[in-house]
Design a protein around this ligand. Structure first.
Ligand code: NAD
Length: 361
């Protein structure tokens, strides 16, 4: 039986890396009927809407989607479609593995981390009050009255809600993930020494959940700034990290950097009964349509997708093929060559072709 999977090409380099990943997934022999839908700038140009209704409907129906990156203008214009999809479908767990692959340039070896980021609240909940707006002034008066603290009148305000409910489910997700993939340790990352009622709640809830798993998985906690330093000094000491939304975003990019950069960093957004798989990188508009960028992150996101639909053999085959091609270092894109101007670098689709040959071997 074929799987029906939603395919969102995305903006910028999205269509190229999605095309490469789609071909690699098909090469594993897993049968997929792709339902192609449009979101982002491309949907805006086509239908006058950045997130047409049929995108969410398709994901809700198929339960699984493979998604290319979508641009978000900074400061003004539309809010992030990526965040909107995660929120609308309650894809509360963002899973970003950071793994060393021989052949990928990095000062580190043997890193095998999984970053699990809470995806539904924190400073990403989009509750913001603009500087100068009458509602903001009203809010400042109210906060000063309730907190007995002063806020500068010319402030903008972003709200950081962290709930017990969302903290519990993300930490439980991290422990369940640890058990499923036979991992040993979960480290909860926070800034509870400063934000006692938000990060403090996240930490307290995590410690409570950890008790249910104390005989199977080690539980540790770390303050986010210290964690950033520890990751640079001794990344091999860590296994699974679970974090609130904002720290998760930052630390997962840091970890992508530890293992060779955005070109090799896959990701998944997982909810109760559906999931969207996408690379950590964005739409890199300056590379659009040039068949230059690295398809690895998107292909490895496809590997995560295959594991999610329980096609473990296909996932293992595809990951091994990617690993071999990276280790050989021959048929790889410019960013994976020691010299980025190396004329032997291949294009996005050509790298996918070599991976496909290995999958079929
Ligand atoms: P980006 O990840 O798009 O690109 C930054 C740089 O990283 C690129 O210039 C390139 O040098 C490198 N890079 C990225 N992907 C690569 C690949 N596959 N192979 C080789 N090199 C690669 O980040 P940005 O420039 O901050 O964002 C561009 C747009 O993408 C923005 O509009 C942003 O909002 C959006 N974005 C979307 C997502 C998403 O859809 N989930 C994630 C991040 C950024």
């Amino acid at each position: 039986m074929a799987y029906k999977i939603t395919l969102i090409l995305g903006d910028g380099i999205g269509p190229e890396v999605i095309q490469a990943a789609k071909r690699c997934i098909e090469a594993t022999g897993v049968k997929v009927v792709w339902e192609e839908v449009f979101a982002g700038q491309v949907a805006q140009d086509k239908y006058g809407e950045i997130l047409p209704k049929n995108v969410l409907e398709s994901i809700k129906k198929n339960k699984v989607a493979l998604k290319g990156p979508i641009i978000t203008p900074i400061g003004e214009g539309f809010r992030s479609v990526n965040v909107a999809i995660r929120q609308a479908l309650d894809l509360y767990a963002c899973v970003r593995p950071a793994k060393s692959y021989p052949g990928v340039k990095s000062p580190y070896k043997d890193i095998d981390l999984v970053i699990i980021r809470e995806n539904s609240e924190d400073l990403y909940s989009g509750i913001e009050f603009e500087e100068g707006n009458p509602k903001t002034k009203e809010l400042i008066v109210k906060i000063e009255e309730l907190s007995l603290r002063k806020i500068r009148q010319d402030s903008g305000i972003s709200i950081k809600p962290i709930s017990k409910y969302a903290s519990e489910r993300i930490v439980r997700f991290a422990f369940e993930y640890a058990i499923k993939y036979r991992r040993k340790k979960v480290t909860v990352v926070h800034k509870a020494n400063i934000m006692k009622f938000t990060d403090g709640l996240f930490l307290k809830t995590a410690a409570e959940v950890a008790r249910d798993y104390s005989d199977k998985v080690i539980f540790e906690e770390a303050i986010v700034d210290n964690m950033a330093m520890q990751l640079v000094q001794k990344p091999q000491n860590y296994d699974i990290l679970v974090l609130p939304n904002l720290y998760g975003d930052i630390i997962s990019d840091l970890c992508a950097g530890l293992v060779g950069g955005l070109g090799v960093a896959p990701g998944a957004n997982i909810g109760r009964d559906m999931a969207v798989f996408e690379a950590v990188h964005g739409a890199a508009p300056k590379y659009k349509g040039r068949n230059l960028v690295n398809p690895t992150a998107m292909i490895l996101s496809g590997v995560l997708m295959l594991r999610y639909i329980k096609e473990d053999r296909a996932a293992d085959n595809l990951e091994s093929a990617v690993k071999e091609v990276l280790a050989e270092g021959k048929s790889v894109t410019y960013d994976l060559k020691p010299d980025r101007n190396d004329p032997t670098a291949v294009g996005t689709q050509e790298m996918a072709d070599v991976i496909i040959e290995k999958v079929k071997d």
